[in-house]
Design a protein around this ligand. Structure first.
Ligand SMILES: *[C@@H]1O[C@H](CO)[C@@H](O)[C@H](O)[C@H]1NC(C)=O
Ligand SMILES: *[C@@H]1O[C@H](CO)[C@@H](O)[C@H](O)[C@H]1NC(C)=O
Ligand SMILES: *[C@@H]1O[C@H](CO)[C@@H](O)[C@H](O)[C@H]1NC(C)=O
Length: 413
């Protein structure tokens, strides 16, 4: 494991909206990049395939949790036939989780005295998961949370077991103090794992754990999200957070947006179903020509990929001359295309087209195939919506507003 030099800065913006309540501030969490495919190097196809599979599994698991928590399926979920096969796949009372390409991570402190962990801040996930001391081989190299060493830890006397086709992840539920950059929440519900499934393997999740930022309906433990707890406990004034992803420094702002990071206004897109950050993608164009129409999409801060329904991915690459499925062992979810083609994809949100420049559309070169690159869009038969990850999010400043149920995109400064 790498030793991480990490700087945590607290930035009190003390906006005019809350002049008297100086404790309700905005904080900035710097993040570091780990385990990302390199856009200049060659792509490890089996590793990328594992990321695609893990990402699909994360959404299937979240949809299962949604159905358990609310008693109905989300409108964007697959057809009833497919739903029932998902049901069969997830046999236990709770769902599995996993991670689809953990790229950026930050630090949290847990307990008293504090134990420090790296976490992946994941808008496609609803719980806080940490490796426990019982997680030995599968959590090797990770910092393990030890509730016995924390005076503030409360054993909730509840075990969890999340079953998925990838294996079981089980553990115990605790409540404890969780801190991020000077903000603190007491009694945060923690899923303390005694095993990590392959989708939590170090190559897919380099961080110790995951801090979910989705709505509570997709929480496998059906708990209040960390961001809402920050508001409830007076640490921030609104359940709003924002991400900037960039090679020269990424950051997460909690409690609002950081005016220094964007210019102009936000283009807001309403959340359609409070679950994941589920917003309407109006369409996708290639070099300015509309190629795909409207689709539900999930804005996901924990993957580099754009994941599409298989048919959409097929249509998209059919419009890019020279592209072809990569034919990895698990199927044709990944596509390659001629690096020289310099294709510009645009995602249209709320009527506005946001460009993905050619450099971000490429995940890297294909080993042993001169001039071929791997496209950032992967296809899957198992999703009926798009998942919009960092290959897009690097092009914008993104705010997530839980109280107003909307996602905002602004131009990076
Ligand atoms: C690709 O990644 C996998 C899993 O991380 C690793 O086992 C394998 O050796 C890598 N292959 C190459 C060609 O680097
Ligand atoms: C901690 O949270 C749990 C679950 O929400 C709740 O049952 C319990 O009463 C809380 N404990 C305290 C001390 O607030
Ligand atoms: C998009 O435009 C670029 C630059 O003109 C060109 O190289 C590329 O082939 C075009 N792609 C498609 C799919 O038309």
């Amino acid at each position: 494991m790498l030793t991480i030099a990490f700087v945590v800065s607290v930035l009190c913006l003390c906006t005019a909206a809350s002049p008297a309540t100086f404790e309700k501030h905005t904080v900035t969490v710097p993040m570091i990049r780990r385990g990302a495919p390199s856009s200049t190097g060659s792509v490890n196809m089996s590793d990328l395939q594992a990321r695609v599979d893990a990402l699909v599994l994360k959404y299937e698991s979240g949809i299962y949790a949604y159905a358990q928590n609310t008693g109905s399926n989300p409108p964007f979920s697959p057809s009833s036939g497919r739903r029932s096969s998902v049901r069969r796949a997830y046999t236990s009372e709770e769902l599995t989780d996993e991670e689809g390409g953990a790229l950026w991570q930050g630090l949290v402190t847990v307990g008293s005295p504090t134990q420090t962990f790296t976490v992946n801040f994941d808008t496609g996930f609803g719980d806080v998961v940490l490796p426990g001391t019982a997680c030995t081989s599968a959590c090797k190299g990770r910092t393990q949370y030890n509730p016995i060493a924390s005076k503030s830890a409360v054993d909730r006397r509840e075990a969890f077991k999340w079953t998925s086709p990838d294996g079981d992840m089980s553990g115990r539920v605790y409540g404890d103090v969780v801190g991020v950059t000077g903000l603190q929440v007491s009694n945060q519900t923690l899923a303390v794992a005694s095993s990590y499934t392959p989708d939590f393997s170090a190559s897919l999740l380099p961080a110790d754990g995951v801090l979910g930022l989705a709505f509570p309906s997709v929480s496998r433990l059906n708990t209040s999200p960390f961001i809402q707890s920050l508001v409830d406990q007076g640490q921030i004034s609104a359940p709003v957070f924002a991400f900037k992803f960039a090679d020269d420094g990424s950051e997460l702002t909690l409690g609002g947006t950081n005016n220094n990071l964007y210019t102009g206004g936000f283009t807001y897109v309403p959340v359609e179903t409070k679950s994941f950050w589920n917003v309407r993608l109006d369409g996708i164009s290639i070099n300015g020509t509309l190629t795909l129409g409207s689709s539900p999409s999930m804005i996901d801060t924990a993957t580099v990929l754009l994941l599409a329904p298989a048919a959409d991915a097929h249509t998209l690459y059919a419009a890019i001359p020279g592209s072809k499925p990569a034919r990895t062992p698990a199927g044709d979810q990944i596509y390659t295309y001629p690096c020289a083609s310099a294709t510009t994809l645009s995602l249209i949100f709320n009527g506005k087209a946001f460009k993905i420049p050619p450099a971000l559309f490429s995940l890297g070169r294909v080993q042993g195939q001169d001039g071929m690159c791997v496209g950032a869009v992967a296809g899957s038969e198992r999703v009926s919506f798009w998942v919009v990850g960092e290959s897009f999010l690097q092009t914008v400043y993104t705010s997530f507003d839980m109280s107003k149920s909307r996602v905002g995109f602004a131009a990076l400064r």
